[in-house]
Design a protein. Structure first.
Length: 127
C-alpha cells in the first residue's frame, strides 16, 4: 500500500479512512474564486484500487450548496469509478455508487468522510 499526499502544513490522521490527510496552508485560485486546500490525499491499495480525497474551503458557498466547501472523494479501480462524492456549481452535493448518481445531503466534513468510508467498505465487502 502506498500513500501520496500534499505535505505543506499540518498532517492530520483520520481513522475514518486509515490514512493521512495533509492540511495544506496555502491559498489557490479555484476556477473563479480563491480557495484554501484543506486536505489532499491519495492511497493506492494493494489490490490496485485507489482512494483519493481533495477538499477545498471556499470564501463563499458554491450554489446551490449551503456550505463553504468544494470536495471530491473517489474510490475506483482499473479506470472504473466505484464510489465518488463531489459537488459542483449548479448541481450541488451528490454521490455516485457504481453507475448510479444520487443527491447527497451534506452536513459536515466529518459526516462526509464517514459516509464515504461506509460506501467504500460496503463496495469492498461486496467484491
Amino acid at each position: 500500500m502506498s500513500l501520496v499526499a500534499a505535505t505543506q502544513g499540518t498532517t492530520l490522521y483520520t481513522s475514518k479512512l486509515n490514512f493521512y490527510i495533509a492540511a495544506a496552508q496555502y491559498v489557490a485560485k479555484m476556477q473563479y474564486m480563491p480557495a484554501r486546500l484543506i486536505a489532499r490525499a491519495k492511497e493506492v491499495r494493494d489490490d490496485g484500487s485507489v482512494v483519493e480525497i481533495v477538499i477545498w474551503e471556499l470564501p463563499q458557498a458554491l450554489p446551490p450548496c449551503g456550505h463553504f466547501y468544494k470536495y471530491r472523494l473517489y474510490f475506483g479501480a482499473e479506470g472504473e469509478c466505484r464510489v465518488r462524492y463531489d459537488n459542483e456549481r449548479g448541481k450541488g452535493d451528490h454521490r455516485h455508487v457504481g453507475a448510479v448518481e444520487m443527491f447527497y445531503r451534506f452536513e459536515s466534513i466529518t459526516r462526509l468522510l464517514d459516509d464515504f468510508q461506509h460506501d467504500v467498505q460496503t463496495w469492498s465487502q461486496a467484491s
